[in-house]
Write a protein that binds this ligand. Sequence first.
Ligand SMILES: [Zn+2]
Length: 267
Amino acid sequence: MKTVIISTLLTFVIFFSCKKEPEAPRPSKRQIIDLTHEFSEETVYWVTAKEFEMDVVAEGHTDHGYYYAANNFTTAEHGGTHIDAPIHFAANKQYVNEIPLEKLIGSAIKVDVSELALENPDYLIRIEDFTNWEKKNGMQIPDGSIVLLETGFSKYYPDKKKYLGTDKRGPEAVKLLHFPGLSPEAAKWLVENRNINSIGLDTPSIDYGQSNFFKAHVILLSENIPAFENLTNLDKLPSKGFDVVALPMKIKGGSGAPLRIVAFVND
Ligand SMILES: [Zn+2]
């Protein structure tokens, strides 16, 4: 009997000592920075767009002994961290499922305009902001870059009054929108003088809040340059020398989609 007890104990000891601790993420020379806001009831949407909703389908232990959780969610294409596909503002251009991965994955630069933009919610990013970046970094914006624009507005997210300029919703709220964006002149300069793959920023739209004609959208998307909107953590990025992976949900015929976007920064 004693031997049975001892051997049983021994089995337990061996069993538990063999049981692996959950593996910690491996240390990497590259830091991974999430540029994505979470999707929830708080997610900021365009004032006329349907907001994020999640319905719980199941959550709990089943009669068969296992735990099971599943939900349904609904969302507009253009809300929270998302991509604008070229078709969003340009006829006969790419749908979100047609954007080549080369446009979405690659080396990136960051242009920081937060000092000026945080002082003026109607700030329009100028050609000069790009030429200043080039002077400071001693190079032209490299061909094929993913260009990220830091306005600093992500610090207001998800406070709609501060981030959008209004917490009202519906068509009447559109004229109350105040947040920075890219000037049409700078968008034109970028497509005519530089060769960028895609562009993104930490506000709800690549055009500023007071825009009526969405010219920066039209200029960029007409050249098949997708735009990433409602980004975050841009303050954690250097001005150059990092990579971005931006993978939207592959919606067939989508004009945009929720986006998971991360940056890889060398330590
Ligand atoms: Zn959009």
